[in-house]
Design a protein around this ligand. Structure first.
Ligand SMILES: C[S@@+](CC[C@H](N)C(=O)[O-])C[C@H]1O[C@@H](n2cnc3c(N)ncnc32)[C@H](O)[C@@H]1O
Length: 209
């Protein structure tokens, strides 16, 4: 599992390595741009939206939202990622924080229209993801939505097929969610929609019913 130092080392080459895997339509980043665009299109419909980005990295998506007028708060534990993102978004509130510790105290009284996360929360176990997403609901405005784009699958069978196909590169330290299992967790209380974007990626949208 990459720690903050690992992400610090990846920061400079991150955009390039993502593009390479994306262009080859291969696990893990097949569909990456479409995942980000899907979330961008959902959020930009609300001008001046308050957005919290969990694990914003080099800020590829966050910067687009920032430039379209969203008010951005972000958390990430890599100093180098934060430095790169800060240059692109000088007016954003970007905090150094390890989200495996939950949410930072400073934002607990804030409210957001959107809480987004792309390719980041697979560093949490499924149980930790559920707990973390549950804690995020507290920070949502009445009609707010949580959008999570990541390596993910409709079912565990689909995940297993991908794992077999890419057994040489499969990252056993990352824990990908499957839509059916996560919808089982949240579906009674919240409205959950999973949009499949590529053979190994999709976006989960969760909102209060
Ligand atoms: C693969 S990158 C994704 C970056 C960006 N969201 C994107 O879609 O390109 C994962 C990011 O999450 C951050 N991250 C991973 N685990 C984290 C944790 N426990 N707490 C805070 N940030 C974390 C890393 O530093 C990195 O910037």
């Amino acid at each position: 599992m990459l720690n903050s130092k690992g992400f610090d080392m990846w920061a400079d080459g991150y955009d390039k390595s993502v593009n390479l895997s994306e262009e080859r339509d291969e696990y893990p980043f097949a569909g990456y741009k479409d995942v980000l665009n899907y979330i961008y299109n959902e959020v930009r419909g609300k001008p001046g939206a308050r957005v919290l980005d969990i694990g914003f990295g080099t800020g590829i998506l966050t910067t687009k939202l920032y430039n379209s007028g969203c008010i951005i708060t972000g958390i990430d534990f890599s100093s180098n990622m934060i430095e790169i993102a800060k240059e692109k978004m000088p007016g954003a509130e970007l905090m150094k924080w390890d989200f495996s510790e939950g949410l930072p105290e400073e934002i607990k009284s804030s409210r957001y229209d959107f809480i987004i996360s792309t390719y980041a929360i697979h560093h949490l176990t499924d149980k930790e993801k559920i707990n973390f997403i549950t804690s995020c609901f507290e920070l949502l405005n009445e009609k707010g939505r949580i959008l999570i784009g990541d390596v993910s699958f409709e079912t565990r069978n689909h995940l297993d097929e991908c794992k077999e196909k890419y057994s040489q590169y499969w990252d056993n330290d990352e824990i990908y969610f499957t839509a059916d299992e996560i919808i089982d967790e949240f579906g009674n209380e919240y409205s959950c929609i999973y949009k499949k974007i590529s053979h190994c990626a999709g976006v989960l949208t969760i909102a209060k019913k």
